[in-house]
Design a binder for this molecule. Structure first.
Ligand code: ATP
Ligand code: MG
Length: 252
């Protein structure tokens, strides 16, 4: 069993945990796995109002914010989402509908991390799938649930302070889409060398029905009201059975 400072633990090992935590590197692995994701631009903070644009070959270009914005606008359309690469709970994540908001959002994200992602906004449903297992013993995936975020998107406030945000244990998508999400969730989990458990988040685009992977959470919320145990409850495992299952994966 895995140990950290002599204490046994369950879940992803160092590599998968690190990749899952860092959105820029998650994207690179997902790209390699040919998982469909929103178009994005990866940048790093440099000094003052200067940023480093990291191109498709990972070559770095130091640019003024003004020139950087031109590159971004050439590659992706508004609305865009600007995110610190290392964050969580939507902290530092902003939606930008105009150039002014884009500039403000980049500056804001830079307060949380030196690495920043700017993504094409996907208009559609937000669905989440819970997975359990590992490459050796096999991975199972629940039916995808859906997030009904109050407000413009699932921001920190919408997540934790707005009781109008709701979750559905069965996403309002077709059976084929549900099956595809489950397969993609397992593929993403294996692609980062996942172990134990994860929640994999997707968007289903309204206009096209296309599925986009958003992120993988290698240590998903695990309170009794969190999506991960709720999705597994719908799958057939009680909370305590789920705990046993997670431990069994480690002991297998
Ligand atoms: N490309 C996008 N298109 C549409 N909405 C998006 C996009 N990226 C992010 N969002 C919205 O912003 C929210 C937060 O983004 P994201 O899940 O990437 O950040 P997070 O901070 O990692 O959240 P978590 O707490 O789940 O780890 C999403 O739940 C979604 O509502
Ligand atoms: Mg998220």
């Amino acid at each position: 069993m895995l140990e950290l400072f002599g204490i046994k633990y369950i879940g992803c090992k160092v590599l998968a945990s690190s990749v899952g935590m860092d959105k820029a590197y998650t994207k690179m692995i997902f790209e390699k796995a040919k998982l469909n994701q929103a178009k994005y631009v990866y940048i790093k903070k440099y000094e003052g109002d200067k940023f480093i644009y990291i191109d498709e070959n990972l070559d770095e270009h130091k640019l003024d914010l003004e020139d950087l914005v031109k590159i971004v606008e050439n590659k992706i359309k508004y609305p865009m989402f600007v995110k610190p690469s290392n964050s969580g709970s939507s902290v530092g994540v902003n939606k930008a509908k105009t150039q002014e908001e884009l500039i403000k959002s980049i500056k804001n994200a830079a307060e949380f991390d030196s690495k920043i992602l700017i993504e094409q906004g996907i208009i559609g449903k937000e669905v989440e799938c819970a997975v359990l297992g590992n490459g050796q013993i096999g991975v199972i995936a629940t039916k995808p649930g859906e997030i009904l975020a109050a407000g413009d998107f699932y921001s920190f406030d919408s997540k934790y302070n707005d009781e109008n945000s709701k979750t559905l244990l069965e996403a309002r998508i077709t059976e084929e889409q549900k099956q595809e999400v489950r397969e993609l969730a397992i593929k993403a989990f294996n692609a980062i060398d996942g172990n134990g458990l994860s929640r994999v988040d997707f968007f289903v685009e309204e206009e096209t029905g296309k599925i986009y992977i958003n992120e993988i959470n290698t240590m998903p919320g695990f309170t009794s009201i969190s999506m991960f145990p709720k999705l597994f409850e719908a799958y057939g495992y009680t909370y305590s059975e789920l705990l046993d299952k997670v431990i069994e994966v480690e002991l297998a």
